[in-house]
Structure formats: C-alpha cells, structure tokens
Design a protein around this ligand. Structure first.
Ligand code: ADP
Ligand code: ASP
Ligand code: MG
Length: 787
C-alpha cells in the first residue's frame, strides 16, 4: 500500500483537483492507495477567522462562511457530472448547516472555547474529502471515505500512536476489495470523544500515521514546491531541491520552520524505515525529495536553511551569578514547570549573564516564572529582574554532521557580518546537525539570503574552475571565445570563468591558478603526457568546478558519474555519452541530480540551436510530444543540397577535403551520427528510445535513381530522422515536396519540426546545425546556464 497526502494548494481549484486525480489514478495502477487530503487552500485560515469574528460578535463571520460555501460549490460544479452534483451538494450542504449552527452558537455566547475552535476548524477537511471521494466514485474507482475522527486518537494533548495504529489497521482491513481510501487529514478525536485537530499543517502527520498502520511502502507528500528545498523558495528565489535527506536532518529543518513538512510527521515512519517523498503536484515528473534513513552523503555536509520568527530572548543577569552554581538549573526548572520550551541557550562563562531563546508567546509566563523563582536574589540586588526582548528570528543551518566539517560556523557568521546583520546569540545545536543564530526579525530574510548565498548559491560572485577536455577545433574556439569575453562575462554575471585545465588525446595540464589563455596551446603541449587527467581532476575537486567535454571520445562518458559525484557540473558537445543505452542516459541525469550539479549537452544535436531546451519545456509544461521530424546532419544536407544527380562520390570527396564531413565520411553517410542525435532528442522528450528500435537507412548506393525519381515529382531529397509518441523511429532518405518546411532547407542548416498537443501545427527550429563557432558558442551558453 502507499499513502499520498495532498496539501491545501493541491486541492484549491478544480484544475488542481484534476491534477490530483491524475496523480492518484497513475498510482492506483501500482498498488492500493490511501489519499490523505487537506482542506482547500486558505479554508482553515478562513474558518479560524470566522470563529474569532463570531466570538467577537461580529456578524461578518457569516460572509466568510458564505464565501467558503461558494468556493466549494464552484468545485462541485466544475468537477462532478450532473447526477453526482446533487448528491455531493446535499452532503456539503448538511456540513455547512452544522458549521453555521456551531458558529451561531459561538456568536450568541460571545466566546470561543478551544473545543469549539477545533470543531470549526475540522470542517475544511470534511468538505474537501467529500468532493474528492465523489469525484473518484463518479470515475468508477472503488473508493471509500474513512472518518479520521474515529481513527486518530488524541490523549492528553498528543496522539496515542499505538491505539491509532490498531484502529486504522482494523478499518482498512475491513475493506479488502477497496482500491482507494480517502481520508481527511488534520482531524482527530480526544479521549472524551470530542473532535480535535493535530495542529496547523497536521495533515502530513495524518499521512504518516496511516502509513505506519498499514505498513505502506512509501508516503508521498504532494505540495506546491518541488520538494524540500535548501531554503523556503518564497524567501530565497535561488533555493534548490534537496534530492535526498536523512530523517534526522529533515526533522531538524522542519522543526526550525520549514513548513513543507509538519515536524511530528517524520518520527512515526523512522522505525519502519518508510521513505517519505515530497513532490510537486503541479510538476509531478520532477523527482522531488526523498526523506530516508541512509541518504547519499553530500560533500560538505550542509543541506539547508530554515528559520522561524516570533522568538523572544530572555536574559538573566547580575553580579550574584558569578561563580555561583545552580542558577541555570533553577531557571530551567522554573521554565519547564510552566511548560515553556527552550529553543536555544547561550551562556558566556566569564560574564555574569545567561541568555535563552523561547517562543514569543511564552515570554510573559517566563518572566513570571523567573521573577518568582529568583525573588530573593532580586530583592537583594544580586540579580536583575528577567530581561525580555521580543522581535527575533532564529536562522538554522542544517546538515548531517556539519560540525564535523570545519569552518561552517565561521562562514555563517562571516556572511552575516558582511551584511552588518547583528547576531544576538549563536548555538552550535544540541546535535551535530544544526548551527543556529538569533537575529532581529526585521533582518531575518536578509540574513537567510546572505547565508544561502554563502553555502548554496555556489557560483555567485565566485571563481568558476573550468576544465576543457578536447583541444581540437571546438575546444580552441571555446578558449578563444572565453578569452575575448572574459571581461564582459565577469561584469554581467559577477563570475570569473577561469580555465584551470586543458586536455587532448596526448597530454594535459591542470593549474588551479588559471592558465593564461594566450599560452593555452603551449602549456598543453608542455603538459603531462597521457590521458589520465580524470583521476587527477577527481582528486583535486575544487569548489565551483565545471568539466567541458569537447571530445568525441567513446570512453569518457563512463567517467562522467565519478566527475559528477566529485562535484563537477558537466557541459558536453560529445554525443556518445548520451546516445548509449537509455539506462546510461538516465543514470547520468540521476547522478547529476543526486550530486546537485548540472549536466548540459545542448550542442550534441543541432549545434547551438535551442532544441533540447525546447523539448525540456514541452515536458515540464505537461505538453505531450506527438512527433518530431528533423534534418540533423549539416553534412548530409550540404551534400544533398549540392547534388545534381550524378557524381555523388566526388561531391563527398570534395566536401571531405573542405573539412565539411567527419574525418571518416562514412560516419555521416551511414546515418550513425544522425541516429545518435535522434536518440538524444527523443530521450530529452521523455521517450526511452534505444538504438535497436530505430530503423536506420544509410545513404543508399542508388542515390542517383532516388534523386531522379524525386526530381520528376518536383520533390527534393532530405535525410530525415523521425520519431512519434509511441517511440517509432526512423532515420533515412526522404522525398519532401514544396509544402514541407524541410524543402527549402539550404547548405549545412538543420531543421527540427516538433509537433505536440499544444502545437498541432509543428513548431520549427531552423538554422546552422554545425560549425565550430556555433558549437563553441552553444557550449559557452550551456556554461553560463550551469553557473
Ligand atoms: P501544503 O498546503 O501542501 O501542506 P504548506 O504550505 O504547508 O503546503 O508547505 C509548503 C510551503 O512550505 C511552500 O510553499 C514553502 O513556501 C514552504 N517552505 C518553507 N521552507 C521550505 C523548504 N525548505 N523547502 C520547501 N518549501 C518550504
Ligand atoms: N488544513 C490544515 C491547515 O491548514 C491542515 C493541513 O493543511 O495540513 O493547517
Ligand atoms: Mg502543510
């Protein structure tokens, strides 16, 4: 079984709900599924506000409830077929009736007890799941709604996990033939049978309780961001998805404010080792984050940043503290007796003061507790009354064993210092997973961005170490281009592109200080003999490193995974690493994703033409590829464009002499080069195509006959690679008529026609498909996109 939880934004509109339906139906093909669902986005907030307004005797609460009613009716109208609409409306109507009755009671009494507030809050999940359940039933899915209030048992303020587990297991076992269970998240009941909730964001916790009870294979938390990220993307636009994270580190991030996952969610699944996948409902194909027991290690141990606001600092000061033991334990004791949670403590040993961070909401209670505990010392003037300051935020850098990596604290403080952000207190975590600082809330976002820049925006304002493999025509043109544009690149991007290594098939040179580009050729020929530079690069593995593959080396792709794992981003115009088996292609992408580095190869097909980015966009936007027809060989197009019906071999020889063909023209004529390119394009479009599935027709021996036949019909010959959505692919000579966009193609140009669901009349990408400068320019563009 598997448990999928959808948050408020995932069910906030009918488009979003349809997306949810799609995701769930795909999952049902694999296994029985439990879907835990939140209230529609904003609903819980509105319910809480309505409760408060009603208790303040503000009749405006009615409008808030009316607004919610209308939002739900829109969903019912847009999602359900007519027969179901009445039935679902009747259920939702009845729920709204109960809610209105409850709110009216609060209004009359002018009082909102915690129990009434819980009851009011609970309706959001009841509305959303009523609609979702009927949607699945209307689609013929065998689906059953489970009332979480009867299953999730709260005792003395926290969930009784043992009892809850048994009840859920029993409830699910009672319906062995049901494929899909729908469960309202967030809601539960207490020991006296009254409805209660699990706290804001609590649906995540519901999901993990269900997962443990049914021993699910996995839990998926579907939300509005592509996973757990290096920081809240709403605060740090450059935040990146963390591909893998340990349970402990995820707990730490969420505890300190990353609300993408509700803190209590993780603990129950740890014992069972159930992985949690955090995924983006609106980009379901994106890999997201896996929270698991033993994730692959990251290089410097640093994973992400989180922050929470509304922190108060309390300080105990006075000459009476110096050298006298026991003050701290008395204070901790006084605070704990009031149920006050201590977030962070700093105590300078030489100074007579101690400073503690607590939640702002606890500040008054802390003051009372401390002042009564130390009343005697205060009356003698040995201690000052507790000093309470509010308006602080805590910013935490989280990772596995970050303290084991020297310098993280120093870098964090230096980054804050560089922005003159005052740090009121620091603590190197109670665990080795967290370094925390307390800063004024008004500077908190600035602080987070500064620390993020230091640890995660690896390339900003920094030296980029480039290693260029292959110093033939393209490699040389790239070096020349870098030399010509270094100053303007630095000005525009704030980054210095420094060539620190060069290699060709005979020798290599590595110099971290940078190779003066005017001396590049000389330094290379004076360099180390041999080809074993990859091991040297892996051992060396500097920060901000980028490997540029301008070779046509067959074996180099096998070393890519090691380079990626060592922290190198890769930019390549070498087709071979991407046109082996599909599994190899896919595993390169996964290695790059895991290592958090980039892998780009736009110039492997159509030189610098923006083909791969376009295909990426098709996939990312949820559009579907219908077919692709492409002229991908500048060489063959040149030959066919100049061929007049006889003497093809002489034409090839002439082209070879002019350097228009591969050194061995049979690579062009056999279609192998085009085959590689169509494999790469198809795979980029999401088709798992293998070379053996492509029907390949080389330039035929009877090309003169084919030419004559085409000419008689007013057609031209083109060498075309085609693939359709089912992965049927061909490469070979085609006749095209004047109505085809490929008819007018001249010289060495390439043309790629992409037909998709959204572009039924195909989009055409056309232009120079070969050429040294174009390829080098494309490489430089990929480099700029990677950094
Ligand atoms: P849902 O309604 O799906 O439960 P939430 O709003 O509770 O979603 O959580 C998702 C939000 O968490 C994101 O929109 C994002 O603003 C916020 N967030 C905070 N920190 C992080 C982080 N480190 N990574 C991802 N999202 C984060
Ligand atoms: N609807 C609840 C909230 O907004 C629970 C949840 O979404 O997880 O807090
Ligand atoms: Mg949430």
């Amino acid at each position: 079984m598997q448990v999928l939880k959808f948050g408020g934004t995932s069910v906030a509109s009918s488009e979003a709900m349809l997306q949810v339906v799609d995701i769930v139906r795909k999952t049902l093909e694999e296994d029985r599924t439990i879907v835990v669902c939140s209230a529609i986005g904003g609903c819980t907030d509105t319910l809480i506000e309505a409760g408060h307004r009603a208790s303040a005797r503000d009749a405006g609460y009615k409008e808030l409830i009316q607004g919610l009613k209308e939002r739900h009716y829109v969903l019912i109208r847009e999602l359900l077929p007519p027969g179901y609409q009445e039935r679902t409306s009747a259920v939702v109507d009845q729920l709204f009736g109960e809610l209105e009755g409850l709110a009216y009671g609060v209004y009359l009494l002018g009082e909102l007890s915690p129990a009434s507030l819980s009851a009011i809050e609970s309706f959001g999940e009841l509305f959303s799941t009523a609609i979702l359940t009927d949607k699945f039933l209307s689609l013929g899915v065998s689906c059953h709604w489970l009332d979480a209030r009867e299953l999730v048992q709260v005792r003395a303020g926290s969930v009784d996990e043992g009892e809850t587990r048994q009840r859920i297991a029993r409830a699910v076992d009672a319906f062995p033939h049901v494929e899909l269970f729908i469960v309202p998240g967030f809601i539960a009941s207490d020991e006296s049978g009254r409805g209660t909730t699990l706290g804001r964001g609590g649906s995540d916790y519901t999901a993990s309780l269900f997962a443990v009870a049914v021993r699910a294979r996995r839990v998926e938390i579907w939300t509005d961001v592509p996973g757990i990220m290096t920081a809240n993307p709403k605060v740090v636009p450059t935040a990146r998805t963390i591909p893998h994270i340990s349970y402990r580190a995820a707990q730490e991030l969420s505890h300190f404010g990353a609300k993408v996952i509700y803190p209590p969610t993780i603990r129950p699944v740890v014992g069972e080792g159930i992985p949690i996948y955090v995924k983006d409902t609106f980009h379901p194909e994106a890999p997201g984050t896996v929270v698991e027991k033993n994730p692959p290690r990251v290089r410097d141990g640093v994973l992400g940043l989180s922050h929470s606001d509304h922190i108060a600092l309390i300080s105990l000061e006075g000459s009476g503290m110096v050298g006298v033991p026991g003050f701290s334990s008395r204070l901790f004791d006084a605070l704990s007796r009031r149920g006050i949670n201590i977030i962070l403590i700093t105590q300078a040993s030489s100074v007579h003061s101690m400073c503690i961070a607590i939640a702002e909401g606890d500040a008054d209670a802390a003051r009372e507790a401390a002042d009564s505990c130390f009343a005697y010392e205060i009356s003698l003037g040995r201690l000052n009354p507790l000093r309470v300051e509010t308006g602080f935020s805590i910013v935490c850098l989280v990772g596995d064993d970050i303290l084991g990596h020297s310098g993280a604290t120093g870098r964090m403080l230096a980054a804050l210092g560089a922005h003159s952000i005052p740090v009121r207190a620091t603590a190197q975590g109670s665990s080795e997973r967290n370094i925390s600082v307390i800063v004024p809330s008004v500077r908190a976002e600035e602080a987070i961005r500064a620390v993020h820049r230091e640890f995660f925006d690896r390339w900003n304002g920094k030296v980029i170490h480039l290693f260029i493999a292959g110093y033939g025509r393209v490699g040389r043109a790239l070096v020349e281009m870098l030399s010509d544009n270094a100053a303007s690149i630095a000005r525009r991007s704030g980054k210095e592109l420094r060539v620190c290594g060069l290699a060709n098939s005979r020798s290599y040179v590595i110099d971290t200080e940078g190779i003066p580009l005017a001396e590049a050729a000389q330094r290379l020929s004076d360099g180390e003999k041999g080809k074993d530079y990859i091991d040297a690069l892996i051992g060396f593995s500097p920060e901000n490193a980028l490997f540029v593959d301008c070779t046509a080396d067959e074996g180099i792709g096998f070393r890519y995974p090691a380079l990626l794992r060592a922290g190198y981003s890769i930019v390549a115009c070498n087709k071979i690493p991407f046109s082996g088996t599909y599994a190899q292609f896919k595993s390169l992408q996964e290695e790059a994703h895991k290592a958090g580095v980039s892998l780009r190869y736009e110039t492997t097909a159509g030189a610098a033409l923006p083909v791969l980015v376009t295909l990426d966009r098709v996939v990312q936007s949820g559009d579907t590829l219908v077919r692709m027809d492409a002229v991908l060989s500048g060489t063959l197009n040149y030959l066919l464009d100049n061929y007049q019906g006889s003497g093809f071999e002489a034409l090839v020889e002439d082209a070879r002499a002019k350097g228009y063909t591969e050194p061995d023209p049979s690579v062009d004529l056999s279609g192998r080069d085009v085959l590689r390119k169509i494999l790469i394009l198809s795979r980029q479009a999401g088709l798992p195509l293998e070379a053996s599935q492509v029907t390949l027709e080389p330039i035929p021996a009877d090309i003169d006959l084919r030419y004559a036949a085409a000419k008689a019909r007013g057609h031209r010959l083109r060498y075309v690679a085609s693939v359709d959505a089912d992965g049927r692919a061909t490469v070979g000579l085609r006749e095209v008529g004047p109505d085809s966009p490929l008819y007018a193609l001249r010289g060495t140009d390439n043309a790629i026609l992409i037909t998709t669901g959204d572009y039924p009349s195909p989009m055409l990408i056309q232009g120079a498909g070969a050429g040294t400068r174009q390829t080098a320019g494309g490489l430089l563009n990929d480099i700029m996109l990677s950094i």
